[in-house]
Design a protein around this ligand. Structure first.
Ligand SMILES: [Zn+2]
Length: 256
């Protein structure tokens, strides 16, 4: 399909913005030149090595170049028109992990929650909105996908200059999976495979904490999916989707 594939179409159709997030050229949110640098179907790959203690984790693209600009432009600059291509990148990560439709049956995409103060500051729930777009993209491809909000974020702690191990320790206990959210989700959506979703994976510490909170509520996670992965992980994208799909993972659910 080359550079004229769905992903390029998606960004080319964006409403006109004041400047391209990739090169700052006046005009579209993503100009034609920048759009041409994107892979036609994203570049999903398993994060390798998987963050210690985490389920298999897939990213839609390396956190570089235009993909990085899309993430930052949406999250920090409130360019809401970027949600569609971001959602498609996240959807590409999910499909790489679960295989072709119907994948692993009903997919319950659970966003990693932002800190309440962060949502207020940005004026929007960036990750939740991208997950909602990914759900739309997945359903259009024939998947039974829904967004579920099972997690809440507690008080913020400054991650500062902590290393990966320090970040992981610092994050423990900052998220929770309230029982009333579990009951509401089970009653509304029944059983399904939980896919933990975030915008970027760096050390994986945030995803590990989110998975821990879900596990403490009795909810196993099938896999994690992110829009992008940082070069720390993105530089070793060696596994193909065929040999890395989590076929042997247990199907999980909250149907009770
Ligand atoms: Zn551009």
């Amino acid at each position: 399909m080359g550079s004229t594939g769905w992903f390029v179409d998606a960004v080319s159709d964006l409403v006109t913005g004041s400047a391209c997030v990739g090169c700052a050229r006046a005009g579209r949110l993503v100009c034609a030149s920048c759009a041409a640098t994107l892979p036609a179907r994203g570049a999903p790959a398993v994060v390798d090595p998987w963050p210690p203690g985490l389920v298999p984790t897939w990213a839609g693209a390396p956190h570089a170049d235009l993909a990085r600009a899309l993430v930052v432009g949406h999250k920090e600059r409130g360019r809401l028109g970027l949600r569609a291509p971001l959602g498609r990148l996240l959807a590409a990560a999910v499909t790489a992990g679960v295989g072709p439709p119907p994948g692993r049956g009903r997919l319950l995409l659970c966003p990693v929650p932002s800190r309440p103060g962060t949502v207020r500051r940005r004026g929007h729930d960036a990750t939740g909105a991208v997950v909602a777009r990914a759900v739309r993209a997945l359903r259009a491809q024939g998947y039974d996908a829904v967004r579920v909000d099972l997690l809440r974020s507690g008080r913020a702690r400054d991650q500062g200059d902590l290393d990966a191990a320090g970040r992981a320790v610092n994050l423990v206990g900052t998220m929770r999976c309230p029982a009333h959210l579990l009951r509401a989700t089970a009653s509304r959506h029944g059983r399904g495979a939980v896919v933990l979703c975030d915008d970027v994976v760096t050390t994986g510490a945030t995803l590990v904490e989110a998975a821990r909170a879900l596990a403490s509520g009795g909810v196993p996670v099938l896999l994690a999916a992110t829009v992008t992965s940082t070069p720390r992980h993105g530089g070793r994208r060696v596994r193909s989707s065929e040999d890395s799909q989590a076929r042997s993972l247990p199907r999980v659910g909250r149907g009770d």
